[in-house]
Design a protein around this ligand. Structure first.
Ligand code: HAM
Length: 417
């Protein structure tokens, strides 16, 4: 039986990798423009790292295995815990705030469907060391900037997990109970509240959605509820900064996240047309995680794009991807000149740094070779022939116009724009 790839994983042919590399380049150049530096952590970690605070949702879906030394390890299901571990282990003496980004595969044993894979990529950032609303606003603005550069239309929802936690503690739930209720709300929205005592007020707050008016309305509704109101006030400060950055957002207090480590502002980005898996980005503030991993109490905020979903959204919305462009195709008029063609192609690659030069490799006759060059969308063909070689020359053909002329080999690189 032929071997197949594991369920929930994909192979990426060159055309797709070209699109992915392009999108990754766009997003990471936005991150770099805000001063973020790229990091990479191991693909597997001690299972304990993700069990501590990522939450049931993630824990249930981890790829856990025992190594030969009987250690329990798991493939990383997300990167925030790894980055915090890295910070505690190696980076804690760095100047703060520390601005990090990553682009790497994650592994979750979920039921595969469109937009949901067992191996998927996240491109994300973690801003470590600032508790100020400016840093919440910065990461949200960074996500918006990346989406704009990718040419995507989207909906940005913001909230503060403290509103939910505050209200849930008022109806008598301890942290574990809150985690459970939040997980229910994450899955079912306001209906996830179930039959909690005092649940009606909670449900109406959670159903509140909209712009500045929704924020005002929530302020009014939460009057006298100290904890949730303090959280909402923090969110209001972030929203003022987002207004001045001209970010288009909606306040959605019913939003919850599957991850349990969030302590402050949370946000998500959704894109229409992706079906059930329409969330292309999720993030928020997590001020306790670094301490939980044995580091000093250090506030942090970040987000991750579901990179595969970004690509799907780009395709769905007809985004422009750069075409593959082959700059030069080197063909031979006869077999005798093949060693010369090889040398000319090598010299051209050196002379035309950063551009692509392909050499004919199947022994095709000239006509077929030029047809192939045209299929590859080569901009130029260099035809190496025995007569021209006697004059240290080759034929340079512009593949768009079909024009061709004899040029000296030493001038070749200069003539290719
Ligand atoms: P998350 O919400 O679990 O957050 O995942 C972030 C994004 O990864 C989701 O919005 C979604 O686009 C994508 N994603 C999740 N699961 C899958 C899957 N099975 N297949 C395809 N895409 C998927 C986190 O992981 C946090 N670490 C984000 C964060 C960073 N918070 C603070 N800093």
């Amino acid at each position: 039986m032929a071997l197949e790839r594991p369920r929930g994983t994909r192979d990426f042919p060159p055309e797709e990798m070209r699109r992915r590399d392009y999108a990754e380049g766009v997003v990471s150049s936005v991150f770099k423009s805000f001063g973020y530096g790229k990091v990479l952590s191991p693909a597997f970690e001690h299972t304990e790292l993700f069990r501590r605070k990522s939450g049931e949702e993630i824990s249930e879906h981890m790829y856990v295995f025992e190594d030969k030394g009987k250690r329990s390890l798991c493939l990383r299901p997300e990167e925030t815990a790894s980055v915090c571990r890295m910070f505690v282990q190696d980076l804690r003496s760095r100047q703060l705030p520390l601005k990090l980004y990553y682009h790497c595969p994650m592994y979750r044993y979920e039921e595969p469907q469109k937009g949901r894979y067992r191996e998927f990529w996240q491109t994300g950032v973690e801003l470590i060391g600032s508790s100020r609303p400016e840093s919440d606003a910065e990461v949200v603005m960074m996500a918006c900037e990346a989406l704009l550069k990718l040419g995507l239309e989207y909906t940005l929802n913001i909230s503060h997990i403290g509103v939910l936690r505050g209200l849930l503690s008022e109806v008598g739930l301890d942290e574990v109970g809150q985690d459970k209720a939040i997980s229910g709300i994450d899955k079912k929205g306001a209906d996830g509240v179930g039959d909690l005592k005092g649940g009606d007020a909670l449900r109406s707050i959670l159903r509140l959605e909209g712009g500045a008016q929704a924020m005002k309305e929530a302020m009014r509704m939460l009057e006298g509820h100290e904890k949730p109101l303090t959280a909402l006030e923090e969110l209001r400060k972030v929203s003022v900064l987002l207004d001045s950055g001209k970010a288009d957002y909606r306040v959605k207090l019913g939003m919850a996240r599957g991850l349990e480590y969030y302590t402050g502002m949370i946000f998500e980005v959704r894109v229409a047309g992706l079906g059930a898996q329409d969330q292309v980005c999720g993030g928020g503030r997590y001020d306790n995680l670094i301490e939980l991993f044995g580091g000093p109490k250090t506030p942090a905020v970040g987000f991750a794009f579901g990179f595969d979903r970004l690509l799907e959204a780009m395709e769905q919305q007809g985004a422009c991807f750069p075409e593959k462009d082959l700059d030069v195709y080197v063909a031979c008029a006869s077999d005798a000149v093949r060693p010369d063609a090889q040398r000319i192609a090598s010299d051209l690659r050196r002379g035309l740094e950063g551009r692509s030069v392909e050499l004919e490799l199947l022994g095709r006759k000239l006509g077929k070779a030029l047809e192939h060059a045209s299929n590859l969308k080569a901009r130029y063909a260099v035809i190496v022939g025995p007569d021209e070689l006697k004059n240290e020359s080759v034929t340079l053909r512009n593949m768009d116009s079909g024009e061709q002329r004899m040029v000296r080999i030493t001038d070749l690189a200069k003539l290719i724009d």
